[in-house]
Design a protein around this ligand. Structure first.
Ligand code: FCB
Length: 467
């Protein structure tokens, strides 16, 4: 922390709020073209799961299955954003946020035969038109995990055909919404869809076989690659890319075995996705970690997958300390005495800087980067109308400082989105884990701006006022 220009309050210091949320004068964050925004995702905020012709998604099915989501929570109502979107946009605008990253619910906009569902489409048209009217830069993710259940019933991402159905969906969306979207992301975090969804079963659809995970990943990446030229043709003025979550793995000791374990951790979390996209090949080390799991693929798939990107979205949350498992893998060795969030995730801003600078060395064709998600969960309470989320304030300052250091080290980073605009349905953890910079009272749907959001707003106001 001593060299950290943002070094202000430690999360545990008595007066953390005394420090303004203000980066040092030489920080890239002061540049007006460094986009600062917030992110959400359809299933996590919209609710209205059976309104206006929306079909069931794999998350409706999964969350209705006992034991899959904490406290039996589901996204059926969530933040009721489907009905409250106007007020939510007003809130975003009042905070001075310049960018909004949202996702479209595929089962809301297409029926099982692939025809458009006009009512669902109109919702996104209204939303995006309003955002444009307000001058907000819009990042739209096509797939943030809510696969139509009827496609899962035919094998989901294990079925190559799902990639072609995704292209139909991308085609429809980019024809209908062209002109209101500044940046399209095909997929959010294919690692989570493939590994958590098909490899260990913690996410929908809840299957658990590593061979399934590598096959699902291949079809997800293929879907991305096939959709890129369609998006380019239908909406030439926008940027097109993909969003990947990245994980930092550090070795528990200097031993060669632990160093190798940390390397394999990063292969599994990062190179599994980034190598096919940026080098046109899966990392061979992945199949040392998981022998015999090579996916089935066709000639030409890797060329399709590695088509050039206008931007790469990066989501970063924490690091994992690992040791060799004694065979060809790694095991987590949680460090003691480190700062953690409500998720139990370690707060480790250097991981973001180190990964970004590392990618810049590894991938010579690394596209411009947007940090499309970063943030933390805390057990926030409204007290006398206020939420003092002191740990989040400190977290955001330190991660924004890490982004600034990566920029100074030569990485082309163009913006940063807070995860999340508001508390929401945190997948397998339901509503207990609060990631928002705005608090949501789920019994009344009342929104309360947290102290972190007030400070971000104050900074954005100062930045805007600069000559
Ligand atoms: C990411 C997801 C996002 C949110 C955060 C906490 O993996 O993309 O929807 O749940 O984690």
């Amino acid at each position: 922390m001593a060299n950290d220009a943002f070094a202000v309050s430690d999360a545990r210091s008595p007066h953390p709020l005394a420090d303004p949320f203000s980066p040092p004068a030489d920080s890239a964050l002061w540049r007006k073209n460094f986009l600062l925004g917030a992110a959400t995702a359809s299933y996590q905020i919209e609710g209205a799961v059976d309104e206006d012709g929306r079909l069931p998604s794999i998350w409706d099915t999964f969350s209705a299955t006992p034991g899959k989501v904490l406290a039996g929570d589901t996204g059926a109502v969530a933040c009721d954003h489907y009905h409250r979107w106007e007020a939510d946009i007003d809130m975003l605008v009042s905070l001075g946020l310049e960018g909004y990253r949202l996702s479209i619910a595929w089962p809301r906009v297409m029926d099982a035969a692939g025809s458009p569902n006009r009512k669902g489409l109109d919702f996104y048209k209204r939303l995006l038109n309003r955002l444009k009217e307000k001058g907000i830069t819009t990042f739209v993710t096509l797939y943030h995990w809510d696969l139509p259940q009827h496609l899962e019933d035919r094998g989901g991402w294990l079925n190559r055909n799902t990639a072609y159905r995704f292209v139909d969906y991308a085609d429809l969306m980019s024809r209908e919404l062209a002109g209101t979207v500044d940046a399209w992301a095909t997929l959010n975090e294919p690692w989570c869809s493939a590994y958590l969804g098909y490899g260990n079963g913690l996410h929908a659809p809840g299957l658990a076989d590593v061979c399934f995970a590598t096959q699902a990943m291949h079809h997800l990446l293929l879907a991305h690659g096939l959709a890129m030229p369609v998006l380019r043709a239908n909406d030439p003025a926008s940027q097109k890319g993909i969003v990947a979550n990245i994980g930092r793995g550090t070795p528990n000791s200097d031993s060669a075995a632990d160093q190798r374990a940390a390397h394999l951790f990063e292969v599994q979390h990062n190179a599994w996705i980034l190598d096919p996209l940026l080098k046109g090949a899966y990392p061979q080390d992945l199949f040392e970690l998981w022998p015999g799991t090579e996916p089935l693929m066709l000639d030409g798939d890797m060329q399709t997958i590695s088509a050039s990107l206008d931007f790469l979205g990066i989501n970063y949350y924490f690091r994992t300390n690992v040791a060799s498992d004694g065979a060809h893998g790694f095991r987590d060795v949680p460090l003691e005495g480190v700062e953690r969030t409500q998720m139990g995730w370690e707060v480790y801003p250097d991981g973001l800087r180190d990964l970004l600078t590392g990618f810049n060395r590894t991938y010579r064709n690394l596209p411009p980067i947007y940090i499309t998600e970063n943030g933390m969960a805390s057990d926030d309470k409204v007290i006398d109308g206020h939420v003092d989320d002191t740990q989040r304030i400190s977290f955001l300052k330190r991660h924004l400082a890490a982004v600034d250091r990566a920029i100074k080290a030569g990485v082309d980073i163009r913006g940063y989105f807070l995860w999340s605009l508001m508390d929401n349905f945190e997948w397998a953890f339901g509503y207990e884990r609060r990631f928002g910079v705005v608090h949501v009272d789920y019994s009344t749907q009342k929104r309360t701006v947290k102290r972190s959001a007030e400070l971000v707003a104050k900074f954005l106001k100062e930045r805007k006022a600069q000559v």
